[in-house]
Design a protein around this ligand. Structure first.
Ligand code: SF4
Length: 63
């Protein structure tokens, strides 16, 4: 699975970074940046938590 960010709707407050600090970090542009887009099975739950916590639905997991 691939973790995808829609920068256009990301508010940059970082709930997702708290949920998945190994996958996401604060960027220099007021948004977050994806540290690791290709999600292994062992990281799937963490990535899904980040997607679920995002208040603007800016994160998604795609095949
Ligand atoms: S939780 Fe969503 S809107 Fe907030 S920083 Fe993360 S991706 Fe952006």
């Amino acid at each position: 699975m691939k973790l995808v960010l829609n920068e256009a709707t990301c508010d940059g407050h970082g709930q997702c970074v708290g949920a998945a600090p190994e996958l996401l970090a604060f960027g220099s542009n007021g948004k977050v940046k994806i540290l690791k887009a290709e999600i292994d099975d062992s990281e799937l739950e963490e990535a899904q938590d980040a997607c679920d916590l995002c208040p603007t639905q800016s994160l998604s997991l795609q095949p």
